[in-house]
Write a new protein. Structure first.
Length: 121
């Protein structure tokens, strides 16, 4: 009987040793994968900062003005002015897209009813 208990205990120690070794290998693999991902994230962040710097460089107002001047004949770009913007009453609405006029008192009721909790059954 004593030999059987010793054998089962030795078998349990071997099984637990194998499990611990397997967990150790999985942990090391996960750590290596995390290191690779962190390195890739660092590389991508560096690339992103370079792209942001290029975007800022290419969108400088003086450079854009030069491009507009060089390509004026082809593009016909002019500086924006306040007269280029329309008022809402100047827009032509299609009948199905026209928003319904809202009564100011009804609008206030909507605002107040949205801020007050409703009694739900």
């Amino acid at each position: 009987m004593r030999g059987l208990v010793t054998f089962l205990a030795a078998l349990a120690v071997i099984a637990l040793g194998y499990w611990a070794y397997h967990q150790n290998i999985q942990t090391q693999t996960a750590i290596r994968q995390i290191d690779r991902l962190q390195m890739a994230i660092g590389v991508e962040r560096e690339r992103l900062s370079v792209l942001r710097a290029e975007w800022a460089y290419l969108n400088r107002p003086d450079r854009l003005r030069e491009l507009v001047d060089l390509n004026f004949d082809r593009l016909g770009l002019l500086p924006m002015g306040p007269e280029q913007f329309a008022h809402l009453d100047e827009l032509v609405w299609r009948p199905e897209d026209r928003p319904e006029p809202m009564d100011t008192e009804a609008g206030d009721e909507i605002l107040f009813s949205a801020s007050e909790p409703e009694d739900m059954p």
